[in-house]
Design a protein around this ligand. Structure first.
Ligand code: NOJ
Length: 772
């Protein structure tokens, strides 16, 4: 991303505070005394605010308590709609949506429309690559297009709120939900988050093809202990602000009007009962005037489980004695809407009478919800156009499919290509082998919305269609799509009984595409893994194919970084395809046959071994940096390397590139100024291709230890053979400053190192000085 517009944004919102010993303190606008400077993203619309006020003034307490209630598709009844319930999620049948909306609009006393929501994460019907894949494109247009099409398809059935983007930074590949986010980097995550918000909302989400986004999960949900979903997290203030909050802030600045608070607790405080993050940071510092909904039963989960009956509903964190207290804590912390549990609706009157919740806060929550409904145009256009909503031509259009195919191909990362195995020759006989080869189901990945397996193009079909020669197939072995309690890892590629057929198919062909990886059930919510290698005997299948001597590529489908040391040891070519979505098989064929030159880069480090986790490029330094020749250094005794197998930002191409001529527009810059880093990228190979120019910064001497490098700009470029281009990155205080442990954004004078290249190990370097 070229950061051109950013300078102006920073100039407008950065407030320089007091000078401390040797450092300039700058604070983002919005911290209480600077609230007037907080960006109002939509500009307060007077007419909307007046309509909200008028409506609020007419509401009874019980009507307000209904507005803060969010019910699931399985919970909603006619009576709820008549009583004026605030929101419903997961309902996708347009007739039902319309049914409840008509009740709300005609039979409820105040005719307040219901806001219908859905998890359109990487597509509604037109399923795009999983977000971790889209992040690999290093191309915000991939995310933007996905969100735009997803919002349009959702809005067509009456869904005006999508529970996306998921922007949780994570360093833990065991965690199944790493698939839903943008990987380990806050800067890449911020760019992608903003792109998704803009894609879904446009400039005005009241339009019939738009929906309001809900950025989630606020906040710190990406680092549960041990990678176990929903687990607790403990983090310093500087980590919270430097690593985990930035993508949320970017999404809010891009216009996201709703936020979902997280299941987990940070520093002992559950996400949906966290006054500091919800009210102090999000609402006060950042000036967020939309609403926060809880995650699914997350309010209920803050209460203690009754002794000996741990299965009595949702419970656990133990920061509330019972349900009503859980509701009160959540509301008073800043949660505006309660998902699934109904404590505020059921006990709100009593809580008000007891003074445990305030009228002011309840009004504020309702005001926020109404504001979003007005902005969404729901009062003017509450109903679904049934003809359009039930017309198959409204979904998965040929143009949408083409966009999904482009997105999938742009998201693929070439990890290895020994002896130029790829691209394969489409005129040669290809054997397509593996559990994910003749497979539509898994290609959609976790959170497939209303995507249907039958819509998906399998690898076998894609390769068959993309080749002018014969294509053959052998499964080799199968993976299990069962869910707990029926799922048994021993059922994943459990035997080599099918290997002989696979080997025969390989022997009989000129080349092999080996489709391996995880099932779509292995990542996503509640899908953490204790090992991150290829499940079952898939490695043995690779070895068996390797023994044939035929050229082959392992195409990987997975929702997390895997440990691939053995795979890259035995396969000449490895292509990371993630879960590529509905056009997956075609996109694989495009890349494998060289119609598309892969240009994706890893948005997350791939460890050599699970024991290295967490391993990420922007770690902080230590007094004893890893040196495998020295004992007393920060290393593993049983590893002969300090590095991940593949670093962040890494990805190969069918051509080669050089990144050179790093220059800075100046060598001294004031804390309010900016410097332009320019770098030349040249295609030195013989085919056209994409590279991603990346610029990293390091502040080597600071008041608190700074990461060894941090991505602060990237640009994906397409170059013909021999062609060069110069990419420019504007760097300013937002790039060379950082948050300290008091939550202040500081810009300290001193040297800043700039690194440029096409992955996070870039060595090209220059320095500039930041002056007072
Ligand atoms: C739970 C998940 O954590 C969240 O991401 C999702 O939006 C809600 N369920 C609603 O489906």
């Amino acid at each position: 991303m070229r950061k051109v517009a950013k300078v102006a944004v920073v100039a407008g919102s950065l407030v320089v505070g007091c000078l401390t010993a040797g450092s300039v303190v700058a604070r983002d606008a919005g911290a209480s005394d600077e609230q007037a400077l907080a960006p109002t993203r939509h500009g307060p619309s007077r007419s909307i605010e007046q309509r909200v006020d008028r409506l609020l003034a007419r509401m009874t307490t019980q009507e307000k308590l209904q507005q803060v209630q969010l019910l699931s598709d399985g919970q909603i009844t006619d009576a709820d709609a008549k009583a004026g319930v605030g929101g419903v999620f997961s309902l996708t049948d347009p007739a039902k949506i319309d049914h409840y909306q008509r009740i709300a609009m005609t039979q409820s006393r105040l005719h307040i429309p219901i806001l219908f929501a859905y998890d359109t994460i990487h597509g509604y019907r037109t399923i795009f690559p999983v977000p971790l894949g889209a992040a690999s494109s290093f191309d915000p247009d991939v995310a933007r297009t996905d969100a735009q099409i997803g919002a349009r398809e959702s809005a067509t059935v009456g869904i005006k709120q999508i529970y996306s983007p998921m922007v949780d930074v994570s360093h833990d590949p065991r965690w199944g939900r790493i698939v839903e986010g943008n990987g380990e980097d806050p800067y890449l995550g911020s760019v992608m988050a903003a792109a998704r918000v803009k894609g879904a909302q446009g400039n005005d989400y009241s339009r019939p093809d738009r929906a309001v986004t809900s950025v989630k999960h606020f906040v710190g949900y990406g680092e549960p202990e041990g990678g176990r979903d929903y687990g607790t997290t403990d983090m310093s203030e500087q980590r919270l602000r430097n690593l985990y909050l930035p993508p949320f802030k970017a999404a809010i600045e891009a216009g996201a009007d709703t936020v979902m608070c997280s299941f987990n607790a940070i520093n002992g405080v559950p996400g949906c009962a966290n006054r500091y993050t919800e009210t102090e940071i999000l609402k006060k510092e950042w000036g967020f005037d939309g609403f926060i909904e809880s995650d699914y039963t997350a309010v209920a989960e803050t209460r203690v489980c009754p002794p000996k009956t741990p299965d009595e509903g949702s419970c656990g964190h133990g920061t509330a004695a019972d349900g009503p207290e859980a509701g009160a804590n959540a509301l008073m912390a800043g949660t505006d809407s309660e998902m699934v549990s109904t404590y505020l609706r059921d006990y709100g009157k009593q809580l008000l009478a007891d003074g445990r919740i305030s009228r002011k806060r309840l009004d504020d929550a309702v005001r926020r919800i109404l504001r979003v409904k007005f902005r969404a145009g729901l009062f003017e256009n509450p109903y679904v156009d049934q003809a359009k909503a039930t017309d198959p031509a409204s979904f998965l259009t040929p143009a949408d499919r083409r966009a999904a195919r482009t997105a999938a191909a742009r998201s693929m990362v070439l990890l290895q290509n020994k002896g130029r195995t790829l691209p394969l020759d489409p005129a040669k006989k290809t054997a397509v082998i593996g559990p994910l080869a003749d497979n539509q189901h898994d290609l959609l990945g976790a959170w497939w919305g209303r995507g249907e397996d039958a819509d998906a193009v399998s690898v076998l079909k894609g390769i068959t269609d993309g080749s002018s020669a014969t294509t053959t197939y052998a499964q080799g072995c199968a993976l299990s799509n069962e869910e707990p309690p029926d799922y048994d890892p021993a059922d994943d590629c459990p035997s080599d009984a099918g290997f002989a057929k696979a080997v025969a198919a390989a022997n009989d062909a000129d080349q092999v595409v080996l489709a391996l990886g995880e099932t779509r059930e292995m990542s996503g919510e509640a899908a953490s893994r204790s090992r991150i290698d290829l499940p079952g005997r898939q490695q043995e299948l690779i070895d068996a194919i390797a023994a044939t001597g035929k050229p082959f590529v392992v195409v990987l489908f997975n929702g997390r970084p895997l440990t691939l040391s053995e795979v890259v040891g035995s396969a000449p070519a490895v292509l990371e395809a993630w879960f590529p979505g509905v056009e997956g098989g075609n996109a694989v064929a495009d890349v494998v046959f060289g119609k598309v030159n892969p240009g994706g880069k890893l948005p997350v480090s791939f460890p050599q071994r699970l024991g290295q986790v967490p391993i990420y490029y922007n770690h902080e330094p230590t007094g004893r940096p890893c040196d495998v020749t020295q004992k007393y250094t920060s290393r593993y005794r049983d590893l002969r390397s300090c590095d991940p197998l593949f670093p962040f930002g890494f990805g190969l191409s069918y051509t080669s590139f050089t990144v050179s001529d790093l220059t800075l527009s100046k060598t001294t810059v004031s804390r309010r100024g900016s410097v332009v880093a320019s770098v030349k990228v040249t295609n030195t190979g013989s085919v056209a291709g994409d590279d991603v120019a990346q610029v990293y910064l390091r502040d080597p001497v600071a008041s608190i230890s700074q990461p060894v490098r941090r991505l602060r700009g990237f640009e994906r470029v397409t170059l013909r053979p021999g062609q060069s281009t110069t990419v420019r990155f504007t760097l300013d205080a937002s790039d060379f400053g950082f948050y300290d442990n008091r939550g202040r954004f500081v810009v300290e004078p001193g040297t800043i190192q700039v690194y440029a290249g096409d992955d996070s190990t870039a060595t090209l370097s220059r320095t500039f000085r930041v002056t007072r």
